[in-house]
Write a new protein. Structure first.
Length: 296
């Protein structure tokens, strides 16, 4: 990743940097870490030496240890884009979602940024970034999963607000009915569906209610005074969830910066044209849960 910068260091430092890079290629990460550490001792003002050390830790899947040298690299060279990229992923892998965001923004890593924003509850921004990432990587299954998760959480947030503010309103019943319909819980959907539930109890037979509810909800206009009868019912599955949405999606299986598809396992940590094509192991992504505090 840092070959161009290495050309300006002393021969002794360069020897250790090259030895570390060769050890990385052979996947001897302990050796690479030792070589890069020696380089940082001999050249304590060279940001690229600390960034290389941080990358070696990440390749060894020691994300916590990678944070300190990467932060020091950015202290020495605040605009070092590769260090921002690596640090953003290291922080995200350790669960420091909020702290990772600034670095991922600077590195323009929109997929990882969207995932971090799910963890911090910035759901509209997460949806925006994940949609942008999908433009670059259409139909990527992991991006689609996280976009669905962010959208579902945002929808749930809106519906929870609706239920709290207007618990007995027609819209509140409609939202519940559509949720039940998505979950294929038809009796509950019929009970909540405007025009087919408590408001219209006894007005039609149960079988007729079921048929009417399915047709109405599928059209997206169950009891909707605006859309009903106008032929404008786009499908609205408010609050729909993917099964197991609160479970870990990755289990640390391949979320890595800089590769062609940032969410697909088996690619390089930073194949940016500056890294000489060096491969790396998975950088990993944690469960997107409550953000941890700052590492500072």
């Amino acid at each position: 990743m840092f070959w161009l910068a290495w050309q300006t260091v002393s021969p002794e430092v360069l020897q250790h940097l090259q030895a570390g890079a060769e050890a990385e290629k052979q996947r001897h990460f302990d050796v690479a870490i030792a070589e890069f550490k020696k380089a940082t001792e001999l050249a304590p003002t060279r940001a690229e030496a600390f960034a290389s050390l941080g990358q070696a830790y990440m390749e060894n899947q020691d994300y916590g240890a990678a944070i300190a040298p990467l932060k020091h690299a950015l202290t020495l060279s605040p605009d070092l884009a590769a260090a921002h990229q690596l640090l953003g992923y290291a922080l995200l892998a350790q669960g420091y979602n909020a702290e990772s965001i600034a670095h991922l923004e600077k590195a323009q890593e929109r997929a990882a940024l969207g995932i971090a924003q799910i963890g911090t509850g910035q759901l509209p921004q997460a949806v925006e970034n994940l949609q942008a990432a999908l433009v670059q990587h259409p139909n990527d299954p992991d991006l689609l999963y996280y976009l669905g998760r962010a959208s579902g959480l945002l929808s749930k947030q809106a519906i929870d607000t609706l239920q709290a503010a207007y618990p007995g309103s027609a819209r509140a019943h409609q939202a519940l009915a559509e949720n039940y319909y998505v979950l294929r819980q038809m009796p509950q959907a019929e009970k909540e569906s405007p025009g087919h539930g408590p408001v219209a109890a006894g007005q039609s037979q149960r079988s007729q209610n079921r048929i009417a509810t399915r047709r109405s909800l599928a059209a997206g206009n169950a009891g909707d005074p605006v859309l009903s009868g106008q032929g404008r019912g786009a499908s609205r599955r408010l609050g729909g969830r993917r099964k197991g949405v609160d479970k870990i999606a990755y289990h640390r299986e391949g979320f890595k910066p800089g590769r062609a598809n940032p969410l697909r396992p088996g690619r390089s940590l930073s194949q940016t044209g500056e890294d000489g094509g060096r491969g790396t192991r998975n950088a990993g992504v944690p469960e997107v849960t409550e953000s941890r505090g700052s590492t500072r």
